[in-house]
Design a protein around this ligand. Structure first.
Ligand code: SF4
Length: 443
């Protein structure tokens, strides 16, 4: 059972020493009850109290990490059902599946593009989480070896305890794959294997009650790092199972369901439906997503969706304010102005860059807001633009001083002329996509 702030307070030293960076022990207790701080922040908790508080301070969804060779995918550690209530912390990993009855060359031909896949999205490098290897009557050990020759990405190993054993023998001792899946029939052997190799274990059951029963049995065997694998494969079935699990963990603090979730969109056998299922899994609580098909375009869509859902809604993705050079500009080239919201910045920069046109780009500090939002909030006006132009020494870059305002803020042109009397102020198009044509025709 979760403890209330007052119950936690009674277990703290109550000296208000402030070393935890809270003004009082009560304030710290309240934050602890809301799971917004770590108990370790208070160095004076007695051992006895710490044991009692461990339950209250444990994250409601246990963090689990799959890792290998410097790569890792973290699941769990979430504290809210809806991102706008705080944020989501652990972006789900996408795992592409191969089977042990495929020839090694075929496995490697599928794995290599996954290994090499990195795309840029508003300044972030997005890539896939790893590879899932599934037993299907072939040589599992050889399949794992073939995968390892082609990539060092983290692994999910799927099969019976006997099959998984041969896979684990082909891995370096310092990596942590996820084993799938313990069932009502094999859970004891799976638990022994996971314990022996100190790796997390997924458990699969027909319904939530059976899942709780199995999770409790595995915990009784001393396993702490569990992942829940709902057996449902349809859109509605997965949505219902994932949501029930996460609601029980976060709203009821129900420990047997307080683990990350793995889903298998690849099992549907339809590449289009697979993407739809994966999108739902990204939006609704999955941590590890197993796909059968790797298509760069679909992967990009899924990773961008993931990036947007797992961005802190209160902290827009920003670029650093300053002057950016596009296509090696010279003293005769114009200055474009925009805000430091990443998507705005990259929209402008990409349009101009892809047309090969040289320009200077002045990115003002708008606290990560887009142009219109920043203008409405008073974070993008003539004074701010002029201040940043001076702060970043824009006038030292050019001999022909031309500055282009975003079309949506044409209203600022008069004031900007007053603020920057040496500059020719122009009004650009409203949309970034129209910039190249504007630059060709007007500048
Ligand atoms: S560090 Fe511990 S004892 Fe000191 S104020 Fe914080 S909770 Fe209280």
């Amino acid at each position: 059972m979760a403890l209330t702030g007052i119950q936690i307070y009674k277990l703290l030293p109550q000296t208000n020493c402030k070393e935890c960076e809270f003004p009082t022990c009560l304030a710290f207790a309240m934050k602890l009850a809301a799971k917004q701080v770590e108990l370790a922040k208070c160095p004076y908790v007695s051992e006895e109290s710490a044991a009692l508080l461990a339950e209250a301070s444990a994250p409601p969804v246990r963090p689990i990490t799959i890792k290998s060779n410097g790569h890792e995918v973290k699941g769990g550690n979430e504290v809210v059902l809806f991102r706008h209530n705080k944020k989501f912390f652990s972006p789900p990993g996408l795992f592409i599946r191969v089977y042990d009855d495929q020839p090694a060359a075929e496995i490697q031909a599928k794995v290599k593009p996954v290994d090499e896949y990195v795309v840029d999205y508003v300044g972030m490098d997005l890539s896939l989480g790893g590879i899932a290897v599934q037993g299907r009557g072939g040589d599992f050990g050889a399949a794992v070896k073939a995968v390892r020759e082609a990539t060092s990405l983290p692994l999910i190993l799927i099969g019976s305890p006997e099959v998984l054993k041969s896979g684990l023998e082909n891995l370096a001792g310092d990596e942590t794959p996820l084993l799938c899946s313990a069932t009502a029939e094999n859970w004891e052997a799976m638990a022994d294997l996971a314990k022996e190799h100190n790796v997390p274990l997924a458990l699969e059951a027909d319904n939530i009650d059976a899942m709780v029963d199995l999770a409790e049995k595995l915990e009784g065997k001393g396993l702490k790092d569990l992942v829940l694998a709902p057996k449902q494969r349809s859109l509605i079935g997965t949505l219902t199972a994932n949501t029930t699990i996460r609601r029980m963990a976060l709203k009821e603090n129900f420990r047997p369901l307080g683990f990350p979730i793995i889903n298998f969109p690849g099992d549907c056998g339809d590449p289009v439906k697979e993407v739809t299922l994966a999108m739902q899994a990204i939006g609704k609580y999955s941590s590890f997503i197993v796909l059968d098909n790797f298509d760069p375009a679909n992967a990009y869509a899924l990773l961008v969706l993931r990036a947007n859902i797992y961005t802190d809604p209160q902290e827009p993705i920003q670029v650093t304010p300053g002057i950016y050079e596009i296509n090696d500009p010279g003293p005769e080239d114009p200055f474009l102005v925009t805000t430091n919201f990443s998507i705005t910045y990259f929209s402008v920069a990409n349009e101009v860059e892809s047309m090969g046109m040289p320009a200077w780009l002045l990115v003002t500090d708008s606290e990560g807001m887009s142009v219109l939002t920043a203008w409405a909030a008073g974070k993008f006006d003539a004074e701010i633009i002029a201040k940043d132009a001076k702060r970043f020494n824009a006038d030292e870059k050019v001999t022909r001083k031309r500055i282009v305002l975003p079309g949506h803020t044409a209203v600022l042109s008069g004031e900007l002329e007053e603020e920057l009397p040496d500059w020719e102020v122009k009004v650009g198009p409203k949309e970034a996509v129209d910039l190249p044509a504007y630059m060709k025709e007007v500048l």
